[in-house]
Write a protein that binds this ligand. Structure first.
Ligand SMILES: CSCCC(=O)C(=O)COP(=O)(O)O
Length: 676
């Protein structure tokens, strides 16, 4: 370009003056005037006006020359300028004034790329298609058009717009990721990458310098030779058939702000290929599991998807990594780490057959530019980066569930404990409800009993009512006992008489004194009495009819020790009654007490026949009952001694009884309800 642009600038006035009447010049002049008016309206800085068509030829040509020089000075890539430049360059090519300039490595590269069946090379330049054909057709290296498969200019769009690249790849029937775009302009590279083309920058002598940090984002080539296949192919790969193109994933750091169409440009094929790459890399996981971010050797393969399966005997070269648009994590690491890379280029026949040598998208000739090389780059790492290893590990489903932690187990146990505790509380609550007399529907029955006994029952709950009934029953029982005692005295008197008669006959039986148990002051389980009495079926020879009587009875028996002739040998029954007596034992004691009283009553009522037959016994019994009766009366009058009563209780074990049929105790009215 360093010769073409100066040539155009130097020959523009001469060309306009000599070709002013040609249609091409009139058309070019009209287009430049229109652009000038637009720039004026847009207030483009430094715009140079072009005189109207009615102005003189000289004025018009002077204005056109100044406008073209201004546009070229601003490096405006506008079609009217490129059209006029192309006309000027054609004249120069035709008369042999100029030759298309190409760098020394271009011919070899084009020859090599073109030699591979299926490998395509296209030109996309701001220069018109005509200018492109002139340049490559009449280059310093000869006619290079035979190595070029098609041309594109700004007719498809500006080179700094991604949409232009999308249109091109569509027209050449390729996928964006199958195309490598080479340029010396950073903004063009960005636009191509946004369209998902593979992209690399070229740094050539005489070009404007690239930004210093551009190498962080793009591979920068100094020569096409860096894309030329070498003979350094790995031995193990030489006989392998060509694999389908595998495109690494996109590196988000490199793909700066992808255009919207970038995402839409993704295809299933791309995804499939990406998966293939990942799959291949995963197979190498075992090698890299123990490696962290150690330097990674990367093998770079540049190839294009083709129908041909013939392996290409391409030489290997040492080169900077050709970073593709889609990058894997491995590639990112490679770029950041000093790595040794090997690059392998494979070229094959493409499926599509776009028009050759400029027929793909014919446009007006404008300028020649750096050729666009359409390739595909693939990088395959020998080592799996730790990042991807981590992804693989994360993808693995756990085979065995992890054991529950101690804290979790403790929490579970605590929950179970709380549930059990709650259930226990509920059970206890129900039990309390059952044992609470208030919760039992017995009050009507109790009221009935209370009414029979003329008891006051107002404002009494069930429990108090039961107590009141029991107290009343106890009082009634005591009254009956006293009555029975009086009757026993009468019996004793009779026995006294019989004793005298028995003594006269010299018959004596020794009978130990019978000591009645100490009854509780208040008995609650009257029903127990009847049960026990009926079970033992015992007949007590002597008894104490009242609560206080046993105390007095003991004193009587110890001091008098009466000998009473027993009717039959009695069996001693020993009972141990602990000091802290339970209600049940107390009930037994009460039962014994009641039985004695009943026995007395029964004896009075005709059950004394046997006794009457034993004079000694009758006499002793009579004596005891006599004394006991008085004491009983006294005791009933409040002469009982609590302390003695307790001591007396200890002697219950010495009670000797004679089995007699027990009179069934009256049914306790609360028995049924209580048991319920
Ligand atoms: C290809 S011949 C004309 C070259 C030209 O006019 C030009 O502006 C080059 O621009 P490019 O887009 O090819 O860098």
């Amino acid at each position: 370009m360093d010769k073409l642009f100066p040539y155009a600038e130097a020959h523009v006035k001469q060309y306009l003056e000599t070709q002013w009447e040609t249609a091409e010049v009139k058309e070019a002049a009209a287009a430049l005037r229109k652009l000038s008016l637009e720039d004026e309206e847009n207030k483009v800085d430094g715009v140079v006006k072009i005189p109207a068509e009615d102005a003189s030829k000289e004025d018009q040509i002077e204005g056109l020359v100044n406008n073209v020089k201004w546009l070229m000075g601003a490096d405006r890539k506008v079609a009217p300028l490129k059209t006029l430049q192309g006309l000027i360059w054609k004249q120069g090519y035709d008369n042999g004034d100029i030759k298309g300039h190409v760098y020394d490595d271009v011919l070899a590269a084009l020859e090599q790329w073109h030699s591979v069946e299926g490998q395509k090379v296209y030109i996309y330049s701001s220069g018109s298609v005509q200018a492109q054909k002139l340049l490559f057709g009449q280059s310093l290296a000869g006619d290079l058009l035979k190595y070029i498969d098609g041309h594109f200019d700004t007719a498809v769009g500006a080179k700094q717009e991604a949409a232009s690249y999308t249109k091109i790849v569509e027209q050449i029937a390729c996928k964006p990721e199958e195309v490598l775009f080479l340029t010396d302009i950073l903004k063009e590279a960005e636009a191509a990458r946004s369209a998902r083309l593979l992209t690399a920058l070229l740094s050539r002598e005489g070009n404007a310098p690239l930004p210093d940090d551009v190498t962080d984002s793009y591979p920068v080539l100094q020569s096409f030779a860096q894309l030329t296949p070498s003979n350094k192919r790995k031995p193990e790969q030489e006989d392998e058939p060509l694999k389908p193109a595998k495109v690494p994933k996109t590196d988000p750091e490199v793909a700066e702000k992808p255009a919207a169409e970038e995402a839409s440009a993704k295809t299933d094929v791309e995804k499939t290929e990406k998966m293939e790459v990942e799959e291949e890399e995963k197979t190498k996981t075992e090698e890299t599991k123990t490696e962290d971010k150690a330097p990674v050797t990367v093998e770079t393969i540049v190839e294009e998807i083709t129908d041909t399966k013939e392996p290409i005997d391409a030489p290997m070269i040492d080169a900077e990594p050709i970073v593709t648009e889609d990058k894997t994590e491995a590639e990112k690491i490679v770029e950041k780490e000093p790595v040794k890379m090997e690059e392998e280029v494979k070229v094959e026949t493409a499926k599509s057959e776009p028009a050759k040598n400029g027929t793909a998208e014919p446009t007006e000739v404008e300028e020649t530019s750096t050729p666009t090389v359409i390739t595909e780059i693939e990088e395959v790492t020998d080592k799996q980066p730790i990042d991807e290893v981590g992804e693989i590990i994360e993808d693995l489903e756990p085979i065995v569930e992890e054991p529950q932690s101690v804290e979790a187990e403790m929490a579970d146990l605590q929950n179970v404990g709380e549930v059990l505790e709650k259930e226990c509380d509920e059970i206890l609550s129900k039990v309390q409800d059952v044992t609470n007399l208030d919760s039992i529907a017995v009050k009507p029955m109790l009221n009935s009993i209370a009414e029979e006994n003329n008891m006051e029952t107002e404002n009494l709950d069930t429990n108090e009512l039961v107590d009141r009934i029991l107290d009343t029953e106890q009082e009634m029982k005591m009254e009956r006992d006293i009555e029975n005692s009086n009757k026993a005295i009468d019996v004793a008197a009779e026995a006294k008489k019989s004793e005298s008669s028995a003594a006269a006959n010299g018959v004596k039986d020794e009978v130990k004194p019978v000591e009645a148990p100490v009854p509780e002051a208040k008995e609650k389980n009257g029903d127990e009495t009847s049960k026990i009495g009926a079970t033992e079926e015992s007949k007590v020879e002597e008894s104490s009819p009242t609560e206080s009587k046993p105390v007095e009875e003991k004193a009587t028996t110890e001091s008098q020790k009466p000998e009473v002739k027993a009717e039959e040998k009695v069996t001693p029954v020993e009972k141990e009654v602990p000091a802290a007596e339970t209600k049940e034992v107390a009930a037994v004691e009460k039962a014994e007490d009641i039985k004695v009283a009943k026995m007395n009553g029964n004896g009075t009522n005709g059950n004394t026949e046997a006794l009457n037959g034993d004079a000694s016994k009758q006499e002793e019994l009579s004596a005891r009952l006599t004394a006991e009766n008085g004491k009983a009366v006294n005791g009933a009058n409040g002469d009982s001694n609590g302390v003695e009563a307790k001591e007396e209780g200890k002697e219950v074990a010495e009670i000797k009884v004679k089995s007699v049929p027990a009179v069934e105790a009256p049914t306790d009215p609360i028995e049924q309800a209580t048991e319920a």
